[in-house]
Design a binder for this molecule. Structure first.
Ligand code: GLC
Ligand code: CA
Length: 531
């Protein structure tokens, strides 16, 4: 029997190292903490972990400001700890993806320090985007940083450098050979240490066009790039299609080159692109047969709990990915967006999880999602996200989703650390610890465990997806795959339908199947095993 590559139907668990588990009491999660608690992840029934950055970094942007991509930041441990973690993962049969951050380095990277010491026009500066201003005091163009404020910072000799994110994250110039060679070295470095692939940060950003031209609507553009700004989908789409620094054709040649590196290893290596693109068809370009294996589909991260919209997102993704033979991806939460519970509600978040775990392709789980964690309320004095500071508090930032995990006990910090955690854990999370939820059949954690086991038993490799119910006035949609039928009821009413199958699992305990009538509670979902 031929088995498709591991990643095509994998469930991948995202670990945010700083907030997973602290092994030495300094309040910061570390690689040893991950090793110590990796059983929790494998018991959940996932296939792989994706580690957000743990590389040397001044941590101005949660480690996405990398000062040395081939070493471990002391706050997270050292390379030995990484090797031990990878070995533990292998022993538990978990694949490992690591983050790669090619759009920018940290301003603490030796290259950028050298660039600051060097002259305008020097090879050291050519690795970044240094330009003279339009006038001595105005930047080369009017682009705005995604974290707010101008996308340019001036250095002492009057030149400016580009940073699409924080000023501590200078953008790299991908026209430069040193940059290309260095990233190839980094890919091989981690692959040689045994990782199975990469999550590519800002994968759509590496090639820039018209770098000296103003954008006609810089504020509109920056709003369009922010999910917390309300804007019609049409207006957003129009603006996004004009972004001169995202999704330019030049990125693809880079990924073709990377793909050759992946294919030179004798195991199945994969990469998933973080690419926010418009229109959605553009996403398929990243997963053409000679490029990357997966691209994140962010539709579900922002979709309301609405049958029509969910149906459209899912249907469109399946069709689009089908056109290039790529496997789709599904994610309800990550470290950049509000947690799904806070966004759509507790019952709704469980319903979405159960519904999407039946879909073909890969599902990504953000740490703590399995516990049903909401975003934590934070005091402004605790916030660390550069987006909070660069917008002078207009954007609260992403810290609420990044609060450390509650493991055990009755009092904060719930076994995360023996010291003071880098962000406070709400006392109200005492009912949401791994310890409390384990064995409680009504908990989110036990639902995740059960659904992932069912997925493994019933759905691996079944490609035969069909909608059995499309949106209508009922608010219910359903599909069949393998020998299961999966229902989602987005309405506020119980929904009843004839069914000859057996009840497998539901996100709401009130749902039942009796005398061939399936009753699905409001805002919930259910899996039916078909005979
Ligand atoms: C990506 C990361 C985000 C980071 C940004 C800049 O979007 O997911 O956390 O702030 O890139 O590297
Ligand atoms: Ca620590």
């Amino acid at each position: 029997m031929s088995k498709s590559p591991w990643w095509r139907n994998a469930v991948i668990y995202q670990i945010y190292p700083r907030s997973f588990s602290d092994s030495n009491g300094d309040g910061e999660g570390d690689l040893t903490g991950i090793t110590n608690h990796l059983n929790h992840v494998s018991d959940l029934g996932v296939d792989a972990i994706w580690l957000s950055p743990f590389y040397t970094s001044p941590n101005r942007d949660g480690g996405y400001d990398v000062a040395d991509p081939r070493d471990v930041d002391p706050r997270h441990g050292n390379l030995e700890d990484a090797k031990i973690l990878f070995a533990k993962a292998r022993a538990l049969d978990l694949k490992v993806l690591v983050d790669i951050v090619p759009n920018h380095f940290s301003s603490e990277h030796v290259w950028f320090k050298a660039a600051l010491q060097a002259q305008p026009g020097s090879p050291e500066r050519a690795r970044f985007h240094f330009y003279p201003g339009k006038t001595p005091t105005t930047p080369p163009n009017n682009w705005i940083s995604l974290f707010g404020g101008p996308a340019w910072t001036q250095v002492s000799d009057g030149q400016w450098y580009l940073h699409l994110f924080d000023s501590s994250q200078p953008d790299l110039n991908w026209q430069n050979e040193d940059v290309r060679a260095d990233f190839e070295k980094t890919l091989r470095f981690w692959l040689d240490l045994g990782v199975d692939g990469f999550r590519i940060d800002v994968a759509h950003g590496l090639a820039k066009e018209n770098i000296l031209e103003d954008h006609y609507d810089p504020q509109g553009l920056s709003n369009a790039l922010r999910l917390d700004v309300e804007m019609s989908a049409e207006a957003r789409g129009k603006l996004l299609a004009t972004v001169p620094f995202f999704d330019r054709d030049g990125v693809h040649e880079i990924y073709r080159q990377w793909r050759k590196i992946f294919d030179s290893y004798d195991r199945e290596i994969m990469a998933v692109a973080e690419a926010w693109v418009h229109p959605p068809e553009r996403a398929t370009r990243y997963v053409r047969p000679d490029e990357l294996q997966q691209v994140f589909n962010f539709d579900l991260l922002v979709a309301p709990f609405n049958d029509q919209i969910l149906y459209q997102c899912i249907d469109r993704t399946l069709k689009l990915m089908g056109t290039v033979g790529a496997s789709p991806t599904w994610a309800l939460s990550n470290h950049d967006t509000p947690r799904v519970v806070s966004r759509v509600g507790e019952n709704e978040s469980r319903a979405l999880a159960l519904f999407t775990f039946g879909l073909p392709g890969s599902s990504y789980i953000f740490q703590g999602q399995e516990l049903g964690l909401p975003d934590a309320e934070l005091e402004d004095c605790d916030r660390q996200d550069p987006a909070f500071f660069r917008t002078h508090g207009v954007q609260k930032g992403r810290d609420g989703a990044r609060v450390p995990l509650p493991w055990s006990g009755e009092a904060a910090p719930f076994g995360f650390s023996s010291g003071k955690p880098w962000l406070p854990i709400p006392q109200g999370w005492s009912s949401l610890t791994v310890e409390k939820e384990s064995g409680d059949l009504s908990s989110s954690l036990e639902m995740y465990r059960k659904i992932l086991a069912l997925r493994k038993e019933n759905l691996l490799d079944s490609a035969d997806f069909t909608w059995s119910r499309r949106p209508d006035e009922s608010g219910v949609i359903s599909y069949r795959r393998g020998n299961v039928e999966v229902f989602l009821n987005t309405s506020t009413q119980e929904f009843q339908v004839q069914s000859s199958g057996h009840f497998a699992i539901a996100s709401d305990p009130r749902s039942k199947l009796e005398l061939n009538i399936l009753s699905i509670a409001p805002s919930s979902s259910a899996w039916i095993a078909l005979s």
